[in-house]
Design a protein around this ligand. Structure first.
Ligand code: PEP
Ligand code: MN
Length: 342
């Protein structure tokens, strides 16, 4: 249920409403819009006398939320949420934000060269895995904390923010020391105790869609983070499993407008894992921007054929330059922007 407050509701009235809700044993989340404040009420509704509550000063109306996710719903927060990442980047605003870098950090030179090139091309955020969720225990697992240090150093040298995956509750504190945006991988999207722990950190979360998750399940996972008080969640479509085998996954670009309709959270698209083949990454990145995505997450490697993970889907520097130019044209055409070479 959400409470829409009167446009002229005073701070004292809003506080009184919040207090009554809490005294009834329910949780309340406040969202201040440009026109009015909305209170999201979570818990057993029967504990509150809704008729009496509706008459309290400051209440404009009480609306039941039809979806099982509440805080992630557009009803609770009609305006788009804009998530700050690092010192200067905003995801969910007018700018289409590009996050790029190798699948995994392999050594200092590799991540340094990647950072330099992606920054020069207009990317804002450097990606690179230090803790890798590999399908095989025999595949490259990442450099761990050493990798995080290299990633941070390379990003700082080129004024980029850092996104990297965190895989366990135990890793959260360490990853927070080095990253500006914490990535939850597709395989962890339904790890609920992990999501709850991420809801308590003070860094934004990039929540990838599980490979067999419906949009509703994905938004329910976002809800786990939001309900703990971390409101900075960015969703990432990265392809789902279907009967199709020509591509690694099936990139569900319809998720972009559907999420925009259902939720206020920003959504970005990862065409690299979506298709798994570098030849198809640029067109799908363009399509993602055209569909309204707030950003793209792309794998780029100085020498993809020698990459220790996900080489076949990693772009060369040249291909990445093409991607940026093509996506910039689309962004501008739809009234958005994409950073230029700096
Ligand atoms: C990744 O971004 O490198 C990754 C492992 O992604 P996903 O969780 O989407 O498979
Ligand atoms: Mn990868």
């Amino acid at each position: 249920m959400i409470i829409v407050c009167e446009t002229k509701a005073t701070e004292a009235q809003i506080s009184a409403l919040q207090q009554v809700i809490r005294e009834a044993g329910l949780q309340v989340h406040r969202s201040d819009g440009t026109e009015y404040t909305v209170l999201g009420v979570v818990g057993d509704r029967s504990r509150l006398d809704i008729d009496a509550f509706s008459l309290m000063p400051g209440v404009r109306n009480v609306v039941p939320v039809s979806t099982p996710y509440k805080l992630a719903s557009r009803e609770f927060h009609p305006e788009n949420t804009v998530v700050p990442v690092g010192e200067t980047t905003l995801v969910g605003g007018a700018e289409v934000v590009v996050m790029a870098g190798p699948c995994a950090v392999e050594n200092a030179e590799q991540i340094e060269a990647s950072a330099q090139f992606v920054a020069k091309s207009g990317a804002r955020i450097l990606r690179g895995g230090a803790f890798k969720p590999r399908s095989s225990p025999y595949s490259y697992q990442g450099l761990g904390v050493e990798g995080l240090k290299m990633l941070r150093h390379a990003a700082d040298s080129y004024r980029l923010a850092v996104v990297t995956e965190v895989m366990t509750i135990e890793q959260i504190e360490t990853v927070c020391e080095y990253a500006d945006l914490l990535q939850v991988g597709a395989r962890n999207m339904q790890n609920y105790p992990f999501l709850t722990a991420l809801g308590r950190v003070k860094k934004p979360i990039l929540l990838k869609r599980g490979m067999a998750a419906t949009i509703q399940e994905w938004l329910m996972s976002a809800e786990y983070i939001l309900t703990e008080g971390n409101h900075d969640v960015i969703l990432c479509e990265r392809g789902i499993r279907t009967f199709e085998t020509a591509t690694r996954n099936t990139l569900d670009l319809s998720a972009v407008p559907v999420i925009k309709h259902l939720s206020h959270l920003p959504i970005i698209v990862d065409p690299s894992h979506g298709v798994g083949d570098r030849r198809f990454v640029v067109p799908m990145a363009r399509a993602a921007v055209a569909a309204g995505a707030d950003g793209v997450l792309v794998e780029v490697h100085p020498d993809p054929d020698k990459a220790l993970s996900d080489g076949p889907q990693s772009l060369t520097f040249e291909e990445f330059g093409t991607l940026m130019n093509r996506c910039r044209i689309i962004a501008t055409t739809i009234g958005r922007s994409l950073a230029r070479t700096n």
